[in-house]
Design a binder for this molecule. Structure first.
Ligand SMILES: Cc1cc2nc3c(=O)[nH]c(=O)nc-3n(C[C@H](O)[C@H](O)[C@H](O)COP(=O)(O)OP(=O)(O)OC[C@H]3O[C@@H](n4cnc5c(N)ncnc54)[C@H](O)[C@@H]3O)c2cc1C
Length: 510
């Protein structure tokens, strides 16, 4: 059922695909890359012939029009680091074509970002290397700027007389501040347009307020899918050549300039970039989707999509993944429905939470009932208390917890089911809920390839502070926050097999 014929090679302006080896077996990656290319070309000749949904865009500046006599349009790329299947890139191309201007892409590289290590920067930069090559083949100049966007982007715009800036969207406070700073520093006549290229339904369309739980957002998202879950037109060879040529990029040297921890290095299984992401998507559709519904809570099975690193870095579009899973997964309707629930409803709920709740990563952002119950149990005696160091080194009395921690450290991705158990045990074994949340976020952001993401903050807040959840039977330390334990895990999957795979030991607490 999943044997896919190779798409007939089409005359395209998109570059040929690389063939990365991933996930321990030959995957016919060309199939999906070529198929997606063919689908885009069938959808429209270019974005000019496509009904672009205007509500994906917000104009953040007072200036609304591109002035005469300008030298180009800039897409300031940040969260969505891919060329194809990217609404922000497509809108920038549309604006440039309508105004008959060259198109430039700028990425502003900061030397450090939250708890990110060299693991994350290598993944991001290797993906960007692929973006830069594809831009070159499409007559679009890709500029790697180094420093804070508030300095680099306005400077670039002024120096080269750019007529408009298009940026993508993140609900998190640091990138949101970058956008605000750029907005203030741009010349008054230059419009700044923001496009939500990460969510299927733009976050500001789904809801105007903080949603309480999946059940309150589900219908709002799903009712918009007819409008927004569309095919993508292609980003095409840009018809207007630029006199301004991008500086060549010395990629290895860029890595040397970073001020990040280099002890947490890249992982082997995840090949960064668009083609690596598409290969993982194809592997999921061909091999794992069939068991996604039944086995996704079993960490000893290989049933998940594994796509979160590519989603997080915007190297592959979630919308593309949904379209592919729906198209090719017809025989596995339960798996398709579960995947859509996770990748659309749950994921977009996370963006909603971080967008409308400024305290998305601290206890002030929890509901009153959760704050109260955690407070009521603040002084409860903990059976074990561990320091951040002991947790980081996987030295607890619990071999399952230690194995999950080791999986994250070694592979840069902990299984989704265990993430809940892992974070809840941090609540149980640290001195206060504040310390638990800080520790969980610190470890999550430092080791998970998909860390520093709205899903991560919501995942930690759900586990420790009951966000999007309800009150449960009251118990020590947790109060009414949902509890999980080792015995429950044993009922769900083969704990011993998981422990044997990752080698977590039992350490006696002093
Ligand atoms: C404590 C904790 C920390 C987490 N940290 C992160 C994180 O840093 N980054 C991150 O992307 N996710 C995080 N999650 C959510 C979820 O565990 C991961 O998205 C998922 O395990 C990623 O693996 P996958 O792509 O194989 O997922 P799949 O199960 O294949 O799901 C497909 C996609 O759906 C989305 N998704 C799945 N589960 C959830 C969920 N519970 N909430 C929101 N979206 C979801 C993700 O985008 C995921 O890539 C965390 C959850 C918890 C409980």
């Amino acid at each position: 059922m999943f044997t896919m014929k190779k798409a007939s090679s089409s005359k395209s302006d998109e570059p040929a695909a690389k063939k990365p080896k991933v996930e321990g077996g030959p995957i016919k990656v060309d199939d999906f890359v070529d198929k997606f290319k063919a689908i885009r070309q069938e959808t429209a000749k270019s974005v000019l012939d496509f009904d672009f949904k205007k509500k994906r865009i917000r104009i953040l500046s007072d200036a609304k029009e591109v002035e005469e006599g300008k030298a180009g349009v800039v897409y300031w790329m940040s969260r969505d680091a891919r060329v194809q299947d990217n609404w922000a890139f497509l809108f920038a191309q549309k604006l440039a074509m309508k105004n008959e201007l060259p198109l430039h892409v700028c990425f502003s590289l900061v030397p450090k970002f939250l708890e990110a290590t060299i693991r994350h920067f290598k993944f991001m930069l290797k993906g960007l290397e692929e973006v830069a090559k594809e831009c070159e083949s499409l007559n679009i100049q890709f500029h790697m700027l180094t420093g804070m966007a508030k300095d680099t982007v306005p400077k670039f715009v002024k120096a080269h007389k750019m007529g408009a800036v298009v940026c993508d969207f993140s609900p998190l406070r640091v990138p949101a501040q970058w956008v605000e700073d750029v907005r203030k520093a741009l010349p008054a006549e230059v419009p700044l347009c923001q496009v939500d290229a990460h969510n299927v339904v733009p976050v500001w369309v789904t809801s105007e307020k903080l949603e309480y739980a999946a059940r309150t957002i589900r219908t709002k998202v799903n009712n918009n899918l007819n409008t927004y879950l569309t095919q993508f037109p292609p980003v095409v060879k840009h018809p207007h050549k630029s006199k301004l040529k991008a500086e060549p990029i010395d990629w290895p040297k860029l890595l040397d300039t970073l001020q990040v921890d280099r002890t947490v290095d890249e992982v082997e299984w995840a090949v960064p970039g668009y083609t690596g992401g598409v290969a993982t998507l194809q592997g999921f559709v061909e091999k794992r989707l069939r068991k996604f519904n039944a086995k996704r809570n079993d960490p000893t099975d290989d049933a998940l999509s594994n796509l979160s690193p590519w989603f997080h870095f915007g190297q592959i579009s979630v919308q593309r993944a949904i379209l592919a899973v729906k198209k090719y997964g017809k025989g596995f309707s339960e798996g398709v429905a579960s995947f859509c629930e996770e990748a659309i409803v749950r994921r977009e709920l996370s963006d909603n939470f971080c967008y409308y709740n400024k305290n998305y990563d601290n206890l002030k952002g929890a509901y009153d009932w959760a704050r109260k119950t955690l407070d009521d149990h603040r002084k409860d005696k903990r059976t074990h208390v561990y320091t951040r160091d002991q947790l980081e080194q996987a030295k607890t009395h619990d071999d399952l917890w230690n194995s999950a921690q080791l999986q994250m450290v070694k592979e840069g991705k902990m299984h989704g089911f265990l993430r809940m158990y892992w974070a809840k045990k941090i609540l149980e074994w640290t001195k206060s809920p504040e310390e638990a949340l800080e520790t969980a976020i610190y470890l999550n952001d430092r080791y998970q390839l998909d860390g520093r993401d709205p899903n991560g903050y919501v995942g930690c807040m759900w586990s420790i502070a009951g966000i999007h959840d309800q009150g449960w039977r009251e118990r020590e330390v947790f109060g009414k926050i949902r509890y999980m334990n080792y015995e429950g895990c044993k009922r769900k999957f083969d704990v011993a097999a998981f422990v044997a795979r990752y080698g977590g030991k039992v350490y006696k607490s002093k």
